[in-house]
Design a protein around this ligand. Structure first.
Ligand code: ATP
Length: 516
């Protein structure tokens, strides 16, 4: 029988508390599941770097640090604004200075050639000389302030980054962001509530008819909290801003995996790939842009990087090379292999060396052409496969004798809806079975990693086998749970949120950079 992907294994005897999950998350014992929704029974533990800490201890620390980060952000923003207006004043004063210098020169020339009426001009000349010196002093002071404030901004940014890393270490290296798609018909969703003062919380509410019949309708609500919740109006740019530090970590030698999970049509592809217009660009193109821009800056500090891109699709537990350009009937088969040093590779796959953002964008366009899509009742262009974009990064700073190696994996998972809703039959049913099997296994792998089990069942599905090095202890993982706001998606939304909050409760040790 088809397994529901949100059914994660029961961890008996382990108390469930985590740094990031709200105590108000529904557990199956105290809430009736919505119709068609199965309970999630994973009980995670809060383990940081192998040791267990009381979750309230972690929660307090994390809240404290997040408060500090907000303060830094506010401070940096204020100083940056101030600096911008100072820079404008410097530019104005410079103009004034230039004008005065040229006026003075002119006067000087006139005085030298004894132009008549020059006594007044001598006075004026002296006065102007004084004003010029004053202006020059002002400009120097302003420039010193700008330089000092730029240093402050830089220090604030470094401090913020350090705190961010510490938070990640405290919380472990898996983070979960929730993103709510706008209603297709426009307007506001009735059953998804996002508190204005808290960008980490979300309530799913439903009005149900009373079973007794006399007491009227009852309102049932389910509270969730994640590392961040993005409402329907949050633009792509702001979503990416929240993960840009994570992307940066890939250049620092960490394996980074970011995946989008959710039912068909909930906005996974929009989040990961987005549209062609600049403001619609999603995580993948923005991450690639950031990586190449940041590597350029690091090059000035003596780093050399080699980038290798691959793009693979997992459809019905079969791998397809999305960068394949040969004849359709000559498509090779692929196997996942693991080398002695634990590197995962895929046989016959295109591993393309890339040197620029444009080259990667061309590969992404090629992959999109190749991506198999199929029609289901739920979404005309529904993607029935997982797509995994991987950028392998090798860096070397010979001057400092340091090397680093990492992978950035960006994954658009196939739709997670249950089989009844899409009325799948035949091939669609087979697809759905494969999809749900691999998503179930993804949950199991994350849970096993969180519990530091000796055996992690990576090989139970192609998805987890392929992502093995990006999911393990030495990696930073971010999951987007995308949700649809339409009322008829309620059971799927609840399922997705429950799956995501269980992932959110998993703490996968502390990542360390692959540096030598
Ligand atoms: N945040 C958003 N803002 C505006 N439009 C969005 C947003 N999220 C999704 N959409 C739109 O909703 C539709 C469905 O989104 P998308 O194709 O990304 O869903 P999906 O989860 O990837 O579906 P599938 O599982 O079929 O791949 C698209 O037309 C997309 O442009």
């Amino acid at each position: 029988p088809l397994q529901n992907h949100s059914r994660l294994p029961v961890m008996s005897g382990k108390r469930v508390l985590s740094a990031s999950s709200s105590e108000s998350i529904n557990s199956c014992s105290d809430q009736q599941p919505a119709q068609g929704v199965e309970c999630v029974s994973l009980a995670p533990i809060a383990a940081v770097g192998g040791s267990r800490r009381p979750a309230w201890d972690l929660k307090g620390k994390v809240t404290d640090m997040e408060g500090k980060i907000s303060n830094y952000q506010r401070k940096v923003q204020t100083v940056a604004q101030e600096n911008e207006s100072l820079k404008a004043s410097v530019a104005k004063s410079r103009q004034k200075e230039a004008q005065m210098t040229s006026d003075l020169q002119e006067l000087h020339t006139q005085l030298r050639y004894r132009v008549p009426g020059n006594m007044q001009r001598v006075d004026y000349y002296v006065k102007m000389g004084t004003t010029l010196r004053e202006t020059q002093d002002t400009v120097r002071n302003l420039e010193e302030t700008v330089a000092r404030q730029t240093d402050e901004i830089h220090c604030g940014e470094m401090e913020r980054r350090e705190l961010h890393n510490t938070i990640q270490e405290l919380k472990g290296n898996i983070r979960v962001f929730c993103r709510v798609r706008p209603l297709q018909a426009g307007g506001q969703s009735d059953h998804i509530q996002l508190p204005a003062h808290d960008n980490k919380a979300l309530t799913l509410a439903k009005t149900e008819e009373s079973h007794i019949g006399r007491s009227g309708d009852t309102q049932k609500s389910y509270n969730f909290s994640f590392d961040r919740v993005f409402g329907p109006s949050i633009p792509q740019k702001d979503v990416f801003e929240e993960i840009s530090l994570l992307v940066q970590s890939a250049l620092d030698g960490y394996n980074v995996c970011c995946f989008a999970y959710g039912q068909t049509g909930s906005g996974k592809t929009y989040t990961m790939e987005g549209g062609e217009m600049e403001d619609m660009r999603g995580v993948i193109p923005r991450a690639v842009q950031q990586i190449f821009q940041a590597s350029k800056k690091l090059r000035e500090k003596g780093w050399k990087f080699t980038f290798t891109a691959s793009f693979v699709e997992i459809y019905n537990e079969t791998l397809r090379d999305l960068l394949y350009t040969g004849k359709a009937n000559k498509r090779p088969e692929h196997e996942i292999r693991k080398s002695a040093n634990n590197e995962v590779t895929v046989t016959n796959l295109t591993y393309q060396k890339v040197n620029s953002e444009d080259e990667v964008c061309n590969l992404i366009a090629l992959a999109n052409q190749n991506r198999s899509t199929a029609r289901t009742n739920m979404n005309d262009h529904s993607s029935r496969s997982h797509s995994v974009f991987q950028l392998d990064i090798e860096g070397e700073n010979s001057g400092r004798d340091v090397k680093c190696k990492s992978s950035l994996c960006l994954v658009d998972l196939a739709g997670s809806e249950r089989v009844q809703k899409s009325q799948s039959q035949g091939d669609r049913f087979k697809e759905m079975t494969a999809i749900n099997g691999s998503l179930t296994n993804l949950g199991i792998v994350i849970a096993a990693l969180a519990n530091k089990e000796s055996y992690i069942p990576y090989r139970n599905s192609k998805l987890t086998y392929l992502l093995q090095s990006c999911l393990g202890g030495n990696s930073k993982t971010l999951m987007f749970v995308n949700i649809s706001p339409e009322a008829d998606s309620f059971p799927e939304t609840l399922n997705s949120l429950r799956f995501a909050s269980k992932v959110n409760d998993c703490v996968i040790g502390t990542a360390s950079a692959n540096r030598k």
